[in-house]
Ligand binder design. Structure first.
Ligand SMILES: Cc1cc2nc3c(=O)[nH]c(=O)nc-3n(C[C@H](O)[C@H](O)[C@H](O)COP(=O)(O)OP(=O)(O)OC[C@H]3O[C@@H](n4cnc5c(N)ncnc54)[C@H](O)[C@@H]3O)c2cc1C
Length: 726
């Protein structure tokens, strides 16, 4: 705890104890108030402003210090100042005092509480940010909840200070009025129980739950409004219609069929979506073949001579297709039909909140459904560059039809897809030039991570052009050329650091556009229906759109464009679509791993260092150099490192980044650890087979343990050993 916080805490505790030590609280009793009423009234007549001001200060101070007696002070306000002035004084003094107590609790304890119980408080924090005003209003309206407890507890949550103030002011007004009014007839009150009868408390409780009921009604009305103008069918053909049979759609349909719902899955193109046909599967198959070529070329350094390595690109692409073929049955119409899913091959269009039209071979049929899941994925983003129409460009959708290895391949984009495909083509024999407008590849990764990867890609011959912004495409004597604006940092001109830029020409035979992916949100009825979108389909934490029975998951919903996230979301979307309003689940993104399958691989879970910095999250870094690892040395792949972020002085993982061979596989241990709250001590205490790459995880835990060794204890142990040696 910082000195300032400690000081404030000591002052508050000292004042609190003094109030009892000097028996000041004896004055905050009904008997004393009644006894002194005459005197106080006379004082008010003689010194109206002074008495008003002193009473206000005493009220604020006692509330701020959470002393018992607010009720007596409120009665006193009525007894001395009358209903109008009494209410004004008590209302503002109570709110101000409560606010000071709230601020003190927040200043002294909020960070500590949030840090200690942060993860467990996530749901409460989210709820407070969203609905805090409603909860507080309910608590304030019911005078049964201890006033001072509400002040202190709210200070520990993430409710906004201003919200706390105004809701307290409004919420306490009615209760305060009742007590101030009672104070105007103080003589008739013999105990505090006389002020509020059981009936009145009942009325307050009803009033207290009113904001929550009002909120539920508002949400209901909002939901009904979305359906306005549409006629709900009396019965439905399906419980669920899923649009799109990619990773998200397949898992959604699978879950629905498993829980015995009637589900129709509509796919307009290929079952399996991007991942199977144009994404993860073909790209990993291509990377594998490229690695074979790379290893064959480098085998001679270990004494294995295979002669000149040549790549038959047609056969390579055949191999990629045969991998897809082999996996295809997992996502096939037959498999899903056998699982109990009704699979429709056709173009789906949502025509009402409960109806989907499916068009196939010129025929359209309409199916009704209680709920819909939009899982239409994303497509490559292709900006409208001047001259692009004259270039036979490639994207991750069309690349797989290539049957000739481009001699000079230009890859536009330095993200994971751009890096993976650049390396694959370079290893297969193309001369790859990779163009990125930022100052480094893979922007969301830490700078040192990117440095390790960039060194390897460059060493393999990829010409990486950073700070190059693609402008336009031109044709020069039958040759395609990209004109890019190159920014040169920090040129010194007249002693001033300025960014210089110049246009450069980059010739190529083929260009692959890998500039990101844009969600498929148009052309199937969302605009006409009024489903809200903002680049992706907009959803809440239940993955529900503004239509309560229409959900979205996968790339079309974001925020991550990964197969395992699409499947993860699909669970939430399908369960919520089928069981709302009886049971719903909020999507949990707390432990999301992501891997780039370059060589070396780059694998992450939790926070990267730059994310931790940006979020102002304190962290400690521990690293282990894979160059030192026996197995990596034996495999001639001793390159990279494991970087672990932990809470300072605590065995709690915040994030892990691995650059190295099989980094994606090594990461699995940390994903499990983070998901289930396991720390580095447990990883260190787990036997890892020798010699494996996974030992790197144990060694980094060892490094962390050494850095966090209890120095005092070790000094004692040293003394103990000295003593034993005699
Ligand atoms: C080159 C590349 C490599 C990748 N590598 C990885 C990786 O290694 N790991 C990883 O996790 N992710 C990877 N991804 C991302 C991954 O492929 C996607 O995140 C994943 O496929 C998203 O699944 P989805 O179900 O949301 O969408 P999709 O797989 O795109 O499926 C959407 C489906 O909806 C269909 N559809 C669209 N509109 C309609 C309509 N109106 N009617 C009927 N059907 C419709 C489409 O035809 C499509 O089949 C990669 C992507 C690419 C491009």
């Amino acid at each position: 705890m910082s000195l300032k916080k400690l000081l404030l805490l000591l002052i508050i505790v000292a004042l609190f104890i003094s109030a009892f030590a000097f028996d000041l609280t004896q004055y905050l009793s009904l008997d004393v108030l009644k006894e002194k009423q005459q005197q106080l009234n006379q004082l008010f007549v003689d010194y109206p402003f002074q008495v008003f001001a002193i009473y206000f200060v005493v009220y604020v101070a006692s509330t701020a210090l959470s002393l018992p007696g607010a009720t007596i002070l409120t009665l006193g306000a009525g007894a001395i100042f009358g209903l109008g002035w009494g209410l004004l004084l008590a209302s503002f003094a109570a709110s101000l005092g409560a606010f000071l107590a709230f601020l003190s609790a927040r200043f002294i304890l909020h960070d500590w509480v949030q840090e200690k119980f942060g993860e467990r408080l996530t749901a409460i924090n989210r709820g407070m940010e969203r609905d805090g005003a409603f909860y507080l209003l309910s608590l304030r309206l019911v005078p049964l909840f201890p006033f001072f407890v509400i002040n202190l507890v709210m200070g520990l949550t993430k409710i906004k200070a201003w919200t706390f103030y105004w809701v307290s002011q409004v919420g306490m007004l009615l209760g305060t009025a009742v007590y101030v009014n009672a104070g105007t007839q103080l003589a008739q009150i013999s105990s505090l129980g006389d002020v509020i009868s059981a009936d009145l408390i009942g009325a307050f409780v009803l009033l207290g739950i009113f904001p929550l009921i009002a909120k539920a009604v508002l949400a209901f009305v909002k939901r009904r409004k979305a359906f306005k103008g549409y006629k709900k069918p009396k019965s439905f053909d399906n419980n669920l219609v899923v649009i799109g049979a990619g990773s998200a759609g397949l898992v959604s349909a699978y879950i629905a069929a498993t829980v015995k719902a009637k589900v129709t899955l509509v796919e307009k193109h290929k079952m399996g979506g991007d991942c199977l046909n144009t994404g993860c599967v073909p790209s990993k198959a291509l990377l594998h073949v490229a690695e074979l070529a790379h290893n064959a070329r480098n085998a001679s350094s270990a004494g294995v001579h295979v002669g000149e390595v040549s790549v038959d690109f047609k056969q390579v692409m055949q191999q990629v297709k045969s991998v897809i073929k082999e996996i295809e049955p997992h996502d096939s119409v037959e498999r899903y039909t056998n699982l109990g899913v009704n699979v429709e091959q056709g173009d789906a269009r949502i025509v009402s909140p409960w109806e989907v039209e499916v068009t196939s071979n010129g025929e359209t049929k309409r199916i009704t459904t209680r709920s819909i899941i939009i899982a239409t994925g994303a497509k490559p983003l292709v900006p409208n560059f001047e001259g692009l129409d004259k270039v036979d460009y490639l994207t991750s959708d069309t690349l797989w039809e290539l049957d000739e290895l481009p001699k000079r391949l230009l890859v536009l984009g330095g993200g994971p897809i751009g890096c993976e495909l650049s390396q694959a083509f370079q290893r297969l024999g193309s001369q790859v030039t990779q163009v990125e407008m930022a100052e480094r590849l893979m922007g969301p990764e830490d700078a040192d991570t990117v440095e390790l990867l960039t060194q390897r890609l460059t060493a393999e011959g990829i010409d990486i052009k950073l700070n190059h912004k693609a402008l336009r495409f031109e044709q020069h004597n039958g040759e395609s050329v990209l004109v890019a604006e190159q920014t040169v940092d920090n040129e010194s001109v007249d002693n001033q650091n300025v960014d210089q830029s110049k246009d450069v020409e980059i010739p190529f035979d083929k260009v692959l556009i890998a500039l990101g992916r844009q969600p498929n949100i148009t052309g199937f009825g969302l605009e006409e229906l009024g489903v809200q979108t903002n680049k992706t389909v907009s959803t809440n934490e239940l993955l529900q759109t503004n239509f309560p029975n229409i959900y979205a998951c996968g790339d079309v919903a974001g925020p991550y464009q990964l197969t395992h996230v699409a499947s993860h979301q699909a669970w939430y979307a399908s369960v919520n679509a089928l069981f709302d309003p009886f049971k719903t689940f909020r999507a949990d993104y707390s432990v999301i791993p992501w891997v780039t399958y370059t060589s070396p691989q780059v694998a992450n879970v939790g926070l990267t260092e730059q994310q931790a910095k940006k979020a102002d999250k304190p962290y400690e870094v521990t690293e282990y150099d894979i160059g030192e690892l026996d197995r990596a040395i034996a495999d001639d792949s001793a390159y990279g490192r494991v970087k672990v972020l932990t809470k300072p002085g605590k065995d709690e993982l915040l994030g892990v980044n691995i650059v190295g061979p099989q980094a994606g596989e090594l990461l699995a241990e940390y994903v499990l650890a983070m998901k289930h709250g396991i720390g580095l001590n447990k990883i260190l205490g787990t036997i890892h087979s020798y010699p494996t790459l996974a030992e790197a995880n144990k060694y980094v835990a060892g490094e962390w343990k050494r850095a966090n060794a209890p120095q005092k204890l070790l000094t004692w142990v040293e003394t103990f050993h000295r003593w034993r040696r005699g």
